[in-house]
Design a protein around this ligand. Structure first.
Ligand code: ZN
Ligand code: ZN
Length: 284
């Protein structure tokens, strides 16, 4: 039985730009990975969502084509997913883009499911012509010593990728990134966890990256965090603040762990929120 859908890429026009969601895969995660939520409540929300058990977390990367640049926003798991994910190269091919065509990679944060695809199974760079921009605070934190044992594995993954692609990496200072692209600091999940806002011709979208991992739980209950939040309290405050802002502004949001193709809107719903997926269009 085939494990791959025929199209794992989804195009969306943002003004004169094209934002393509690239499926990297899914990984299983038990509900016990959640923080700040009663286990029975989490199970109830999960059951109500009609999703399979055990729960799965979707993983995508995004490709922004500005007409002059091809910018990849994160790179999926690559060889670091232990069998999960790693479909980015196939999804890029589905989108008609060669790895050598990518000139810039914007990293949102240094977690294995976002940086692993920068290397192949032999620790060779996968994107030979790309400059890889890494938020300065992420570079500093993940280049240092792990502050506790729980973070060892993620630090080792970071070191492995930094070693392989270090010569392509540049520190990203400040928030003006590229024409039409600004960085939006969303700290907590990791110290310099960064979203990117894309604007072209009066249209815009905020890529909020790891604000939500389990939509079925964290939209109705935005207090709920995930076990790999580096600072769970700060992550919670950031999540609640950005959800409130987006519900108010009606801005489109995209997220690496929202269900493919991971673009839509945040709307208020009772005590929490609901995610309204963007309605699929036959043309970008
Ligand atoms: Zn993460
Ligand atoms: Zn992630």
């Amino acid at each position: 039985m085939t494990q791959k859908q025929p199209a794992n890429a989804h195009r969306l026009a943002i003004g004169d730009f094209t934002l393509t969601t690239l499926m990297d895969g899914q990984f299983e995660a038990g509900l016990d990975v959640l923080l700040n939520i009663d286990e029975a409540r989490a199970r109830q929300l999960h059951d109500a969502s009609r999703r399979p058990a055990p729960a799965r977390i979707s993983l995508s990367a995004y490709l922004l084509d500005t007409g002059t640049q091809k910018i990849l926003i994160d790179a999926g798991f690559g060889p670091l997913g232990g069998g999960a994910g790693g479909l980015l190269a196939d999804s890029l091919a589905d989108a008609g883009v060669k790895p050598a065509d990518i000139d810039t990679v914007l990293i949102t944060h240094v977690h294995p499911d976002h940086i692993g695809g920068l290397i192949d199974d032999n620790d060779q760079p996968t994107l030979p012509n790309a400059t890889i921009l890494v938020p300065a605070g992420e570079m500093d934190f993940w280049s240092g010593e792990a502050p506790n044992e729980g973070l060892e594995e993620h630090f080792q993954a970071a070191a492995r990728v930094f070693k392989a692609v270090g010569s392509q990496m540049q520190r990203l200072e400040g928030d003006e990134v590229l024409p039409g692209v600004t960085r939006v600091p969303l700290p907590g999940h990791t110290p310099d966890h960064s979203g990117y806002r894309i604007r072209s011709a009066n249209e815009q979208v905020l890529i909020w990256t790891d604000i939500v991992h389990m939509p079925q739980i964290q939209f109705p209950n935005p207090d709920a965090g995930i076990g790999f939040d580096v600072d769970p309290d700060q992550a919670r405050e950031t999540r609640k603040q950005i959800m409130a802002e987006l519900a108010e502004s009606r801005e489109m949001v995209a997220g690496h762990h929202l269900d493919f193709p991971g673009v839509g809107y945040v709307v208020e719903d009772g005590e929490g929120y609901r995610f309204l997926p963007h309605v699929w269009q036959p043309t970008a």
